[in-house]
Design a protein around this ligand. Structure first.
Ligand code: IPE
Ligand code: IPE
Ligand code: MG
Length: 249
């Protein structure tokens, strides 16, 4: 496969699921004396490159944080602009992404978006539902707390008994049901916070935080993030297997 030959990453070290907090569009624009929306447009262009790079690197799930439940608090022109950008991206990119084998999913409260946007998102999900090369979860109108509240409401509505509530059951009620937890979360623009992203699912995710603003986060830096991930010792609260072997030798 071409993807393997251009990819120096050992396949067994590539994270199965990468999640990205695409932050810094506004500051990227400010730095250039441009309006914030120009930063969001540049960010969208970059997203296209990062999706293609994910396919090439052999990542199986990519979750992107595009609009949070708190982002409604921004000036109305910016909110409207971001709503327009989502629709425009679907219009322009859907067929190409479908041809490339990308399956699109949405996480967040779809029902609180404009009906025209809902229709477009549902169409994109339906068209790509059988694709298997890369699953892209678009977190739009997503909040981690909102997701947990929504799950609790559904669990209660379904009449689930208290002692039947387990980790697995909660997973099943989240927007991300059926998707493995993110192995690696990348945050651009240097902020050292979670900003309500995948707060349940990130329990044991590795983090890569870079000062680079999202529109400038390119394939080479993505590769470096994956390399960094490949060198981590994930212990999940246990003792590393290498250390155990040393002690037993
Ligand atoms: C991230 O960029 C995109 C969204 C939140 C929609 P920002 O718009 O947050 O950019 P900064 O953080 O203001 O630079
Ligand atoms: C997180 O970025 C949300 C998205 C990238 C969509 P924000 O810019 O909204 O986060 P804060 O406000 O800096 O925490
Ligand atoms: Mg920001």
């Amino acid at each position: 496969m071409v993807a393997q030959s251009t990819n120096s990453l050992p396949p067994e070290k590539v994270p199965q699921h990468v999640a990205m907090i695409m932050d810094g569009n506004g500051r990227w624009a400010l730095q250039r004396g441009l309006p914030r929306l120009a930063g969001h447009k540049a960010g969208t262009e970059n997203l296209r490159r990062i999706i293609r790079a994910s396919v090439e690197f052999g990542v199986k799930y990519l979750t992107i944080y595009a609009f949070s439940t708190e982002n409604w608090g921004r000036p109305p022109e910016e909110v409207q602009g971001l709503m327009f950008i989502l629709q425009d991206v679907i219009d322009r990119e859907l067929n190409e992404l479908n041809r490339e084998g990308v399956q699109l999913r949405h996480i967040g409260r779809l029902e609180r978006l404009d009906p025209r946007i809902q229709k477009k998102v549902l169409k994109a999900i339906e068209l790509t539902k059988n694709n298997t090369r890369l699953v892209v979860n678009v977190a739009f109108n997503y909040g981690g707390r909102d997701e947990i509240v929504c799950a609790i409401q559904k669990i209660i509505n379904d009449g689930v008994a208290a002692d039947a509530v387990t980790d697995e059951l909660v997973n099943h009620y989240l927007f991300t049901a059926g998707v493995p937890d993110p192995d690696l979360i990348i945050r651009t623009s240097g902020e050292l916070r979670v900003s309500n992203f995948l707060i349940w699912q990130a329990a044991y995710s590795e983090w890569y935080i870079t000062p680079t603003y999202w529109p400038d986060f390119d394939k080479e830096e993505y590769r470096r993030a994956l390399e960094s991930f490949g060198n981590r010792d994930r212990r999940f609260g246990k003792v590393s297997s290498a250390e155990l072997q040393e002690n037993n030798a």
